[in-house]
Every structure is written in C-alpha cells, then in structure tokens.
Write a new protein. Structure first.
Ligand code: SF4
Length: 410
C-alpha cells in the first residue's frame, strides 16, 4: 500500500507530516512526500491565506488525476475552517487540526474532532532533515485582527520540556541544527508553568545549535536574552514579527505593541548581540493602511535595518475581526509589496556584505556537485565549492564574496 503525505502549510504542519510518515511506515505503508501515483493521499492543508486554501483544494484534484481510485484524506487548517469545501470532491475523509493522527485509522466520513485542551503528542518523526524542525507548542491566544489561525488551532498548548529535549537529543545525532517551531512559540510554557527561556536553558547541554522560530517582540527581555547568551548554542537570529511599521495599523491589527516599543526591543537585542540577524514578517495592504501608513512602514523597516523581510500581501479571511473592513485594490497591494521587496533586497544585501572577509558556521543543506549550500548561524545563505560535505553538518566557511541570493565562501 502506497501513501503520499502532502504538506501545504507551515513548519508545524511539516512536523506533523513527519509524524504521520513515521506512523504510516509502522503500519507497513510505502510512503512518499511527492505528488506521485499512490493508493492514499493525506493532504495536510493550510488556511493562512486564500491562496493557501485554494492550493489545498487543488491538491485534491491533482491527486485524483494521478489515481482516480485513490482514497484522499484531507486534514488541517483549511478543513478546520471549512470542511464543506472538500466534501463531495471524491474525498474520503475530512478532519480539522485536532487529533491528526486519527487519519491513520479512519477510512471514511467527514469528521471534525473538537480542539483539544492540552498538547497532543504525536509519534516522533523519523525523518531528520538537514535542519530539524521541532514542534514545541500548538495554538495561539492573540487573535490578531487579520489572522484566522487561533480559530483553527485553538489556544496555546505546550509540549513538555522532557519530550522536546528527547526529540532534540535524537535529532542531534543526525544534524547540527534544530529549529524550535510552533504557532506562537513566544507563549511556550504559559499553560504548563514554564517558558521559552527555561526550555532554552535545558537545551543548552545538547551538541547542536538551536534556532528560534518566529517570536513576538514582547518576549525580548533582559532575562530572555540572558538565557540565549548563557546557553551558548542559540543562533544569533531573531525573527521578530512586525506586520506593520505604523502605529495606527498595528492598533487596527490588534497587535500588542507600538513601533517605539518594538524598536526598544531591537536595541536591546543589538546591545547584547551586535551583529545578530533581525528578520521579520510584514503584511502590506491591510485595509487600514493608506499610502502614508505604508510609507511609515518603509521608513521603520529602514530604521531597524532588517536583514530579511517576509512580505505578505494582506489576505482577507472570513471569521476574522478585520474581515468586515473589506480589502484594498489588489493593484495597490501589489505595488506596495513590490516596493517593500525592493527595500528588503537592499537591506539584505547591506547586512550580508558586511560578512565578506569573515568566517561563518554553515549547516550544509544540499549539494549539487558544483556547490554545497546552507544557512549560517545568522541566517545567511552561503554557497561553498562542493567537497562532499555531509548534509546537516556544520562547516566553518570563510566568506569571499557575494552573489544575488547569498554569500560565496570556501
Ligand atoms: Fe495569528 Fe497573531 Fe497568533 Fe500569530 S500571534 S498566530 S498572527 S493571532
């Protein structure tokens, strides 16, 4: 029996897919993550944008084309948001974000399991990627005005420190980098009496570097940065979600900080880690964003000098607080995204070029016979002449120059 597991979403979905793949192997299935002919397809869907939801539906059609007799199991955020969109499309099973592992035992019917109150433990994945992603929590309590995720994933449920430690320890035998991921890892531990700082302190003994996933600015305190500094194995890379550089838009988005507060956090990071990478997410075209607020965002991004920006055109999601506000003209949104990308590229170049002539530790992700490539501790893509470097292992690279998408080293 061959089963394909397709992931459309975030790193949390990826971790869950790895667990499902391990469970399927235990059941004796031949497994794949590629769109290839198979008996079963499990599609772990995403609803973060309209486009992600559309792709989730599209995968059903693609799977059906490859094998019209295949059984298709749809799970995840898009199914939690609107299970009906998959019903009647030759889908065998539809379930939401809770108890994803039940897909392994279900064979038919529409089945939405109520969201759980505590962290749901899934089988540990057996696939250790070059950088291993470890899910540490699920859910979010923030309810930002544009975001549908808390409705789909529920409130914060944290995984125990012990369970995370054990997975990281196992991963450390295969890779030199683990990435702590979740829906909102800033809130890690608040439901089980611990915190991200505590977790970092526990992981400090492992012979592996630890990268933190997306953070909210509120987590940046002296205590948190001390935990990072004392651990000695946490990457100097802080992905601090911004979303807008305008206080009016931040308020309309129900974000919980002002640009002034955010900037203080940036300064605090730089006072302890002067060359750390500070990356971010910015949404352009939120309905409350006029040209003048967008210009504030450009100016603020320039002031922070982000080393990378993930630019997201606003996607209006049913059921969110911002939904009734409508949406801006798509041409305006595209124009703003393009302008922010131009700034992003300039800031990225300027940050990266400062490392020419210095050494970086690169965890090799892939090799193609010509070049090996991977990310440095401060999240710069680095290319090395291929020397059969072992995938997932750290090499010290001397940076000699730049290229369009990163640095070149030896
Ligand atoms: Fe969504 Fe805001 Fe929670 Fe992030 S913090 S998952 S944007 S509600």
């Amino acid at each position: 029996m061959k089963t394909v597991v397709l992931n459309l979403g975030c790193k949390v979905n990826q971790c869950e897919c790895d667990s499902l793949l391990a469970g399927l192997k235990d059941l004796g299935h031949e497994v794949s993550c590629d769109l290839v002919p198979a008996d079963n397809y499990i599609i772990n869907t995403c609803a973060v944008t309209k486009e992600a939801e559309r792709k989730s539906r599209q995968y059903v059609g693609k799977a059906k084309k490859l094998n019209p007799k295949a059984k298709i199991y749809v799970i995840g955020c898009a199914a939690e948001k609107n299970a009906e969109q998959f019903v009647g499309k030759d889908v065998t099973y539809v379930s939401g974000t809770a108890k994803k592992e039940q897909v392994l035992s279900f064979i038919e019917g529409v089945h939405i399991v109520p969201l759980p109150l505590a962290y749901e433990y899934m089988a540990e994945g057996e696939t250790f990627r070059s950088r291993h992603f470890v899910k540490i929590e699920d859910g979010c309590n923030n309810y930002c005005a544009y975001c549908v995720i808390p409705y789909l994933r529920g409130s914060v449920r944290s995984r125990s420190v012990e369970s995370i430690f054990n997975e990281c320890k196992k991963a450390a035998e295969h890779t030199d980098e683990i990435v702590l991921t979740g829906i909102n890892i800033t809130c890690y531990g608040e439901d089980i009496g611990t915190s991200l700082s505590e977790l970092i302190r526990h992981l400090a003994v492992l012979p592996v570097r630890v990268r933190l996933g997306s953070l909210e600015a509120s987590i940046i305190t002296e205590d948190f940065l001390s935990a990072v500094e004392e651990a000695g194995n946490v990457c100097p890379h802080f992905h601090l979600s911004l979303q807008s550089g305008s206080n009016a838009v931040l308020e309309a988005m129900a974000r919980r900080y002002t640009t002034e507060e955010y900037y203080e956090k940036v300064e605090l990071i730089r006072s302890r880690f002067p060359v750390a990478a500070i990356t971010t997410d910015i949404i352009v075209g939120f309905p409350a964003e006029r040209e003048e607020e967008f210009l504030e965002t450009l100016a603020f991004a320039e002031k922070v000098a982000f080393s990378d920006i993930h630019v997201f055109p606003y996607s209006r999601r049913h059921g969110t607080a911002a939904y009734p506000l409508g949406a801006l003209d798509p041409a305006v949104v595209k124009d703003r995204a393009d302008r922010l990308i131009v700034l992003r590229d300039r800031l990225k170049r300027s940050y990266e070029s400062a490392f020419v002539g210095s050494s970086l530790d690169v965890v090799v992700e892939s090799t193609d016979g010509l070049f090996a490539e991977g990310y440095s501790e401060n999240y710069i893509r680095v290319y090395l002449p291929d020397r059969d470097y072992p995938i997932g292992k750290k090499v010290t690279a001397y940076v000699e120059g730049e290229r369009a998408d990163g640095l070149v080293a030896r």
